[in-house]
Design a protein around this ligand. Structure first.
Ligand code: AMP
Ligand code: MG
Length: 327
């Protein structure tokens, strides 16, 4: 779809698929209750799970929300980029976007195509990930087409998304900011800019295996799931010792080195990266999970990454919520 057609559709209560630097988004005007309903319906998204609104910059955010010193500092440091703020909403934002909450989630994407569309329409655009609710996020437009089939809305192909996981969500509605969803912008990086400590609900989820009560809607323990059952191990050593790995299963590994051999068993091995670098692993996470699903095997096995790296904590968070069983 040409950019101009996409802009026209969005200006007329339409929806379309756009690339962002995080994952593909299912975009619509944030002011069109009609288009927002189409987005919820296509995704099968519960109406209790609010959407993120995308804007060109912080001055657009000021038009739809009550911004503050924290949002200004953080936008200066990280926008355009994968950091979403939760701020008190202004009246112009319909309740359909926020699931009736009086706060709204806002970010400014850096993907040039998405920015061109924002510039054309001069509207804030809601854009949740372009996947059926709770399924794997799409990082290539082929994933979107495969997921929605004949119902797939018009799209712009932007190749593989650079970052590969969803934005960090940061609650800025109180004087103590707290992270509601781990993502590409790490807790350390946010604290450095603000000069204060920030809370983090998601790290607790990761360490307790998803039993902690959630604060933000749509942040349930089960999310981002492949169709194939996913067995998640606390460490690589534990995974490699597991007797739950059977002939024909899939093993997802950080990289190809060192090579692993399973005598007398045919195990499919997929690699998240060629280098083991956290950015490459993050970029490929959903792509490899989609690839694993396509193989239609009985089980996927994967291990959590050791805690320490902020980006890999976000990868661990996605794996924790993709898991069918934990060891
Ligand atoms: P998605 O659009 O699928 O990437 O998900 C957006 C995430 O932002 C969801 O997990 C929502 O729970 C979260 N979110 C959106 N708006 C709000 C809000 N007003 N308060 C808290 N969380 C929000
Ligand atoms: Mg999503």
């Amino acid at each position: 779809m040409a950019l101009v057609d996409c802009a026209n559709a969005l200006l007329n209560d339409g929806i379309c698929i756009l690339p962002t630097e995080t994952v593909y988004g299912l975009a619509c005007s944030a002011f069109s209750a009609k288009a927002i309903r189409k987005v919820y319906q296509l995704k099968g998204r519960p109406s209790t799970n609010p959407l993120i609104v995308h804007v060109l910059d912080h001055s657009f955010a000021e038009e739809i929300s009550v911004t503050n010193e924290y949002s200004r500092k953080l936008a200066k440091a990280f926008w355009p980029g994968p950091l979403t703020f939760i701020l008190p909403k202004k009246k112009s934002i319909p309740d359909e976007i926020t699931a009736g909450l009086n706060s709204v989630a806002i970010r400014s994407p850096s993907h040039p195509t998405f920015r061109k569309v924002l510039d054309q329409v001069q509207l804030p655009l809601a854009a949740p990930s372009a996947n059926p609710s709770n399924k794997l996020s799409p990082t290539k437009f082929e994933n979107v087409v495969a997921a929605f089939g004949k119902d797939c809305p018009p799209f712009i192909d932007g190749g593989q998304c650079d970052i590969g996981i969803e934005s960090t969500v940061l609650n800025l509605t109180s004087t103590s900011p707290s992270i509601l969803r781990l993502g590409p912008i790490t807790k350390d990086a946010i604290e450095k800019v603000l000069g204060i400590q920030v809370g983090c609900e998601r790290i607790i989820l990761e360490q307790t295996g998803g039993t902690k009560a959630r604060q933000s809607p749509g942040q349930g323990p089960k999310h981002y799931s492949p169709n194939t059952p996913l067995f998640l191990y606390s460490t690589m050593e534990q995974m490699l010792r597991s007797n739950a790995i059977n002939e024909g299963d899939i093993l997802i590994l950080p990289c190809a080195k060192p090579p692993l051999f399973f005598p007398a068993k045919k195990i499919h091995q997929l690699y998240l990266s060629s280098t083991g670098h956290p950015k490459e692993i993050t970029k490929n996470l959903f792509k490899i999970l989609h690839d694993a699903d396509k193989l239609k095997k009985k089980r996927i096995h994967v291990a959590l990454f050791p805690l320490g790296d902020g980006l890999l904590s976000a990868v661990n968070d996605r794996l924790s919520r993709a898991a069918t069983e934990r060891f």
